[in-house]
Design a binder for this molecule. Structure first.
Ligand code: HPA
Length: 307
């Protein structure tokens, strides 16, 4: 019996995707133009919400909301804790666009799909991307609820050739060999740490190195020890692909990890990491992250300098 037409169609799309190495410039442009035609908001800041941190999107005023499934070319979010909505609006008076839910390699998406929204943001006029995530604390000093301003990253899948920029370079976005030694804007990092102190969050504020893995399984004890010995302070399954693509196309980047669990580093430990714990820690601490980002918005100038 032949499969129903819709299944055949889905399979054709799958085969087409497998043979592609990226979107065309026209597809990014089509999505950007579609969004600009549907809203009068003209955001200069984009916020990517990590697991359990989607509440940030709810804080936007004058919201115009799009479900990912309604936006041309947009992938779908499949993970609990990731709503799958793009929200335009004003946060503390600044026009911004917020991704309530992101895409991950472990969902089966190639990295050029995971990072699709970033280039669309570039085309609609965004200058700064604030990426947030939930992460496991490798640094033994870190506690659940700490907020780590990302100073640098280790792109572990990149070591095995998984890079969102692999394939023909799209020159209209950026160079073939972009630097990454300045990926996380120094002034934004300083400002974020200062705001954290002003808000009375000094005890929670950290600055450190984020390591991304492909997931979806949480790490073994040996892997956690290995990553920590490499200099990683926190580990997660996201963020780095988006940051690489954002830097490639000239966007400024600020990254903040919410430490939702302590990585298991000890063979005598009885605890194991799980997604429910990550979401719960997100819920418990989201208000701190929301306050931090909200105040930050006020201090990012229209031309995205800090003040
Ligand atoms: N490992 C990987 N990803 C994560 C973790 C973790 O411990 N916590 C939240 N996201």
């Amino acid at each position: 019996m032949s499969p129903p037409a819709s299944e055949t169609q889905k399979q054709k799309i799958r085969i087409k995707d497998e043979t592609r190495t990226g979107y065309t410039y026209e597809e990014y442009k089509q999505t950007a133009d579609w969004l600009l035609s549907k809203t009068e908001h003209r955001p200069t800041v984009a916020i990517v919400c990590g697991s359990g941190l989607g509440g940030l999107g709810e804080l936007l005023k004058d919201q115009v909301v799009f479900h990912y499934s309604d936006i041309p070319n947009f992938p779908r979010s499949t993970v609990p804790g990731h709503a799958g909505r793009l929200i335009f609006g004003n946060l503390n008076g600044k026009p911004c666009v917020c991704m309530q839910g992101r895409f991950h390699f472990y969902e089966g998406y190639p990295l050029w799909k995971v990072t699709f929204p970033i280039r669309v943001f570039r085309l609609i006029g965004v200058e700064t991307v604030i990426v947030t995530n939930a992460a496991g604390g490798l640094n033994q000093d870190y506690k659940v609820g700490d907020m780590m301003v990302i100073k640098d990253h280790i792109n572990m899948p990149g070591f095995a050739g998984h890079n969102p920029l692999a394939g023909p370079n799209e020159e209209s976005f950026g160079p073939r060999f972009p630097p990454m030694s300045d990926a996380y804007d120094k002034d934004f990092r300083k400002l974020t740490l200062a705001i954290g102190r002003e808000l009375g969050f000094s005890e929670k504020m950290r600055e450190g190195v984020y390591c991304s893995l492909g997931g979806p399984n949480f790490e073994t004890i040996a892997e956690c020890r290995f990553l920590n010995s490499l200099g990683a302070d926190a580990v997660g399954m996201s963020t780095v692909p988006e940051v690489i693509v954002a830097r490639h196309c000239g966007l400024k980047v600020l990254g903040i990890s919410l430490i939702t669990n302590k990585a298991v580093m000890d063979y005598s430990s009885e605890t194991t990491a799980n997604h429910e714990e990550v979401l719960q820690a997100g819920k418990d601490s989201a208000r701190y992250m929301e306050k931090l980002v909200t105040v930050l918005m006020k201090r990012i100038e229209m031309n995205n300098n800090v003040c």
